[in-house]
Design a protein around this ligand. Structure first.
Ligand code: FNR
Length: 346
């Protein structure tokens, strides 16, 4: 597993100690003001021997919240809270990016007050908020052009806040059926203005966000996670392929830090993508790609050596094993992940 443990030069400003990335993992453990706690400082600090930590998804604005106690990066208190996390990770020799999100139609007003949620189109998700079954999802209100401009500006501002909080960069969460991803799929975007109906229009919001964030903090510090195969919170449509073909071509022309596959199990294949999510993204995008989804150190190392992606993100095994890197390096057995582990931060 030599390749995995070699340093990796992401760009002129960032070199990672190894190719293992901590995948973003929502833990719902920030305080009532959505500020990271001391337990979160310890939790991230313990995992600083991964080449790069990507934080749990972190809110750009109050109205993006869809799960309890997810942290934010839009108030001074939240910035101060994150400073403690980034300082600890840096003290321990690591690098850390903040994953920034707005959940769009998966948000719920019970978290932030108000009476509506915004999304590309008035098409809701079925069901109730996880762990809060009394909260049924609302039919969203299509975002006005002013609201779209405000959301783009919120992503840029949260990115600046992340730099102020000491992060090495940000990952824009364009995956897993949340706001940005909702613009990229036909089943959730039926707009008839310049944000809908064609590949170029449906990619517009994602690209406006990326351009605003790059303008705010520089391309070297910006990654993007995408789910070309809709598999969570949104339904697939074969026409989505054109949207991602176009979007990935546009992204290829921007010198981002990386793209990251948004998937739970990368063995899953999508007919309209002609294979797995990572195979499709690699074929359309030649720059740094982070693979993820059901890999262990062995299979991940093999995939990197075969050129399938460049960096390996590890999610659930890193919840179960804070000392994942050390254990893998020294050949120790890993503690298996189980969902009960989600109730405490170790
Ligand atoms: C996740 N995942 C995830 N993805 C993301 O982009 N932002 C997030 O906040 C979260 N939160 C999250 C919480 C929990 C409890 C799990 C299990 C997963 C997805 C995650 O980043 C990763 O893609 C998957 O876990 C697949 O990788 P592993 O676990 O097979 O290595």
């Amino acid at each position: 597993m030599n390749t995995l443990f070699q340093p990796f030069k992401l760009n002129e400003t960032l070199t990672l100690n190894n190719r293992i990335v901590m995948a973003p993992l929502t833990r719902c453990m920030s305080d009532e003001d959505l500020v990271p706690t001391d337990a979160m400082v310890e939790y991230y600090g313990r995992r600083a021997d991964t080449g790069l930590i990507i934080t749990e998804a972190t809110l750009i604005s109050a109205d993006g919240q869809g799960y309890p106690n997810t942290p934010g990066l839009f108030t001074d208190k939240q910035i101060e809270g994150w400073k403690k996390v980034t300082q600890r990770v840096h003290q321990n020799g690591g690098k850390i990016f903040a994953q920034l999100w707005h959940t769009g139609r998966v948000a719920h007003p019970s978290f932030f007050g108000g009476d509506k949620v915004i999304a590309p189109s008035a098409i809701g998700v079925e069901g109730t908020v996880p762990r809060m079954r009394h909260l049924t999802y609302l039919t969203p209100t299509p975002a006005s052009k002013e609201e779209i401009q405000r959301l783009v500006a919120d992503f840029a501002k949260a990115s600046q806040n992340a730099i102020e909080a000491g992060f090495d960069g940000v990952e824009i969460h364009g995956a897993n059926g949340y706001l940005i991803d909702q613009f990229l799929h036909y089943s959730s975007n039926q707009r008839d203005d310049e944000y809908g109906q064609t590949a170029e229009n449906m990619s517009r919001f994602a690209l406006e966000v990326m351009d605003a964030v790059v303008e705010a903090i520089g391309a070297d510090r910006v990654g993007l996670r995408l789910s070309p195969g809709a598999y969570f919170n949104v339904e697939a449509d074969p026409r989505d392929r054109d949207v991602f073909d176009y979007l990935l071509k546009q992204l290829e022309a921007r010198d981002l830090a990386y793209l990251h596959v948004g998937i739970f199990d990368d063995a899953m294949t999508f007919e309209h993508l002609g294979g797995t999510a990572s195979q499709y993204m690699r074929a359309q995008y030649s720059k740094t790609l982070i693979g993820v989804g059901g890999f262990d150190a062995q299979t991940g190392n093999e995939a990197i050596e075969a050129g399938k992606f460049d960096l390996l993100a590890i999610g659930r095994p890193l919840i179960a094993n804070p000392d994942y890197v050390e254990k893998v390096k020294s050949g120790q057995a890993l503690t298996p992940y189980s969902e009960e582990m989600l109730t405490s931060l170790v």
